[in-house]
Design a protein around this ligand. Structure first.
Ligand SMILES: NC(=O)c1ccc[n+]([C@@H]2O[C@H](COP(=O)([O-])OP(=O)(O)OC[C@H]3O[C@@H](n4cnc5c(N)ncnc54)[C@H](O)[C@@H]3O)[C@@H](O)[C@H]2O)c1
Ligand SMILES: [Zn+2]
Ligand SMILES: [Zn+2]
Length: 432
């Protein structure tokens, strides 16, 4: 039973002795794992049914693991210290209790999460377990679109206090690499981004961030709106990449949350004619109301990209020479191709949608028109603050995007809504 002694030592050295768990008797059950080293699952006999993984050769990992679902259900009725919504493996999610994260840097703050939105990337990790090079290799808390209330501040925190309401910017860059120093921290190769493996996300009661990645919400901006600052910041970054100027004509492909928000930011930036394109009529009808004065266009089947571009320009009395800016927020190949044909010479194209990794692209058209072609990835300095300002000043009404609300215990419903393209945004409240 030397493993037991060793386990005890590890728990002790990792500070668990100070936890209320150790005041109760330990009830051990032992399972052996064929692939790794021997493995002990300790059931700490407390009312809160908490588990701790301890390997007898690896280092102690403070995480809780789900037991059989009957137990998980039973545990749900009990008190959690940090209830978390965890993706264990493809299509296998569970509620778990996790340790409350500790502040590691003096400028860190602990946030009690109050509202979280779900987007396509959360769902993609659920259904595929990977996005590009980011592969789920261990259980991961989902969620990255959150707002909450500061519940603890580190000793060097200057700008926030307990009780402040904030939107969470969920990616913390290294701050030292050339990209970070150049002001493009969204391009940091050492980014720690919520719910991107191996980093846990925000669908938990508590989450830790450095103070400068928490953006305070003014009193007229709700926590629900705060959770929408993440996709709005994506929209702000796209509109900035496109350098949209007053009076310019803009075509946005895709009327999902991102396309809608790009349209709304373009309007706030003073764009002239805005046309939103989608194959889903319901979404387009919503877009026409959401982006003031926007026109809509459904691509016609059987037409080439060049023909659809010409038909769009004609339908909206735009010059047949093309528009100033085109943005793809659909990821669909026909949208990307049509974007290039719909632009004027010297126009600007921004790719925001992430669909097929390789496509056929009208490269000669791009070259001959001398287009500016850019990518757009997440958000960087100032995008979150501008997003909050656009909402606080009434220029963008993100409340309209909230088409569903569920309790934390029903988080899976929000994932289903995204999966089925139901509504625009379903927010998850809590956990309480
Ligand atoms: N660049 C970034 O930082 C960033 C951040 C978030 C999301 N994204 C990407 O942006 C895209 C949009 O995100 P979302 O959350 O709004 O997704 P979404 O799936 O809700 O919206 C995509 C929309 O595109 C429409 N569409 C599909 N095929 C089309 C076609 N052929 N022509 C026109 N419209 C078509 C769909 O009907 C849908 O309404 C996704 O590809 C997502 O991965 C990028
Ligand atoms: Zn998102
Ligand atoms: Zn960096």
């Amino acid at each position: 039973m030397s493993w037991l002694v060793e386990t005890h030592r590890r728990l002790w050295s990792s500070g668990i002795r100070s936890s209320p768990f150790l005041h109760s008797s330990l009830d051990f059950s032992f399972t052996s794992s064929s692939n790794l080293c021997s493995y002990a699952r300790l059931r700490l006999a407390t009312p809160s049914t908490t588990f701790v993984d301890v390997t007898t050769t690896g280092s102690y990992t403070p995480r809780t693991v789900p037991e059989r679902s009957s137990r998980t259900t039973a545990a749900m009725a009990q008190t959690f210290q940090n209830k978390s919504f965890v993706l264990n493996s493809v299509n296998n999610v569970a509620f778990e209790d996790r340790p409350i994260p500790t502040l590691t840097n003096p400028t860190d703050v602990l946030i009690e999460i109050k509202q979280t939105g779900i987007c396509g990337s959360d769902v993609h990790y659920c259904t595929h377990g990977a996005i590009g090079p980011f592969i789920l290799r261990a259980p991961m808390v989902l969620g990255h679109e959150s707002a909450g209330i500061i519940s603890q501040v580190g000793p060097a925190v200057k700008t926030l206090k307990v009780g402040d309401r904030v939107a969470l910017e969920p990616g913390v860059p290294c701050r030292h690499c050339p990209r970070c120093k150049g002001g493009h921290y969204n391009l940091c190769v050492d980014m720690k981004f919520a719910a991107t493996p191996p980093y846990d996300g925000t669908l938990a009661k508590y989450y830790v961030l450095p103070e400068d990645f928490c953006v305070p919400l003014p009193s007229n901006v709700s926590l629900e709106e705060g959770a929408l600052m993440e996709p709005l910041s994506v929209g702000v970054h796209i509109a900035r990449q496109a350098s949209i100027k007053p009076g310019e004509s803009v075509v946005v492909f895709g009327a999902g949350p991102i396309g809608l928000l790009v349209g709304a930011v373009a309007r706030a930036f003073g764009a002239g004619k805005i046309v939103i394109v989608d194959i889903n009529e319901e979404r387009l009808n919503f877009a026409a109301k959401f982006v003031q004065g926007a026109g809509i266009y459904i691509p016609q089947k059987g037409l080439s990209a060049a023909e659809n571009a010409a038909a769009l320009l004609k339908a909206h009395n735009l010059p047949e020479t093309g528009v100033d800016v085109a943005v793809d927020a659909s990821g669909a190949t026909p949208s990307i191709q049509t974007s290039i044909y719909v632009l004027r010479t010297g126009g600007t194209y921004v790719q925001a949608g992430m669909g097929a990794p390789e496509i056929q692209f009208p490269i000669v058209e791009m070259c001959a028109k001398e287009l500016t072609v850019k990518g757009s990835f997440r958000y960087a300095e100032g995008d979150y603050r501008l997003a909050v300002e656009l909402v606080a000043s009434g220029k963008v009404d993100v409340k309209q995007l909230i088409t569903g609300r569920v309790k934390f215990e029903d988080a899976e419903e929000a994932f289903e809504a995204v999966k089925n393209g139901k509504g625009i945004k379903t927010l998850i409240a809590g956990p309480e």
